[in-house]
Design a protein around this ligand. Sequence first.
Ligand code: HEM
Length: 377
Amino acid sequence: MSQLKNKKWLFSSDCKGRFSEVMHLDAMGRQTIIFNSLKSAFNVLERRTGNYSGRPRFIMAQEILNEGLGVILMDYGELWRRLRRAAHDAVSRTTVQNYHPTQTKEATVLVSSLLEDPQIDIICKMEEEALMRAAQRYDIFLRLFDRVRADIATGGERPSFSASLLRNHDRYHLSEPEMTFLSGQMYIAGFETTSTTLMWWTLAMVAFPQVQRRAQAELDAVVGRSRLPTFEDAPHLPYVRAVVREVLRWRPPVPFGVPHAATEDDWYEGMFIPKGATCLANIWQCNHDRAIFGEDADDFRPERHLDEGGELLPGPIETNQEGHVSLEREGVVPDTDTFIDTEFLCDHPTPYDCRIRPRFPEVVSILSEERERFKGD
Ligand code: HEM
C-alpha cells in the first residue's frame, strides 16, 4: 500500500510489465481494478459505459466538502444527468466560441504578468487563489454567481458558463444551489487541469530548447512579430498544436483519471470485476505505451503528432481551447533556460526555476496595447 502513496500510476505501470495489464487490489476491503492499457480501459470503461458511469463514495471530497452536489465525483443518477446536460451544453463546440474574447484577454493578462514578475509561481498563485480554502468555496461560488445574476439584470453580462446556466435554467430544471455548485465545479475541473498543463508545458520548453526554438520559428513565420496570436491562427500552427498535444501525452495532468465504479458484477477476459469496485484507467501508462507510441514513448517529441508534410495527424478532439491560446501566447514571449516533480487528481511538477524574458523588444509594447484594448471589459 505504501508504494501507492506517490505517483501510483508509475507503480501500476511497473506492475503491468511484471504481472498483468489489468490489476486487482484489495485496499482494506475496497476492491480496486486498475486498467493499465488503452485496450482494456477502452473495452471496459468506454465500451461498457452503462456499467461504469458510477463513482465510488467520496465522503470528504463529495459528501462533506461539496454537500453531495459536485458533478465530478457524483454517482450516476437523475441529478447527475441534469447537471451533466447543462455542463455539456455550456462547453459544446459552438458555445465555447463565445468565450474566446475572455480567453484571449486572460491569456494576455497571464503573459503580461509573467513578464512583469517572471516566476512560474504566477500560474500556481492563480491556482491557490482560485481554488480557495475548501470551507469557503460555497460562499465564494455564491457571491460570484450572484454577481453574474446582477450583471444579467443590468444588461452588463459577459458570455460565461454561469450566465448561460441562469439564462437556460428552465431547460435544465436545476435549483439555485445546484447551479451554483455546478458553476464552481466547472471552474475547479477546468482550472487545475489547465494550469497544470501550463506548468508542464513551461517545464518542457525549458528542458527541450530545440522544441521551443522550432515553435517560436513557426509563430514568427505564421503570426509575425507585430501582433499576438489569435484563435484564428491555430489551424496554421501545426507544430505548436503538436507541442500542446505532446505535453498532454507526455505528462497527462490527471494521470490516473477520475475513479469510476462498477454498477453490477462484470467479467473481462476471464477476470471478475465485482459490483461496487473502484475502476481506474492508468492514463499515464496508455500515453507511454511502447506498442502504441514506439520505443521513444518516454521522450518528448511533438513530431510524432505530425505527418510527413508537417500537418497535424488526426487525433483527439481539442476541446480545451483555453490551453491553446495561453500556450501560444506564451510562445511569443518566454525564452526560458535553466531548470533545476503533488497530487490529488492532478500531477504537478515539483517547483522549478526558469527565466522568462521577451524574445524581441516590441513584445512589451504589443502586450500593453492589447491590455489597453481590454480595459473596461
Ligand atoms: C487539460 C485539460 C483537461 C484535462 C486533462 C481533463 C481531464 C479530465 C478527466 C481525466 C476526467 C475524468 C473523465 C472520466 O470520468 O473518466 C475529466 C472529467 C471532467 N472534466 Fe475535465 N479535463 C480538462 C479540462 C476541463 C475543462 C476546461 C473543463 C470545464 C470547463 C472540464 C470539466 C470536467 C468535468 C465537469 C468532468 C466530470 C465529467 C463527468 O463526470 O462526466 N475539464 N476531465
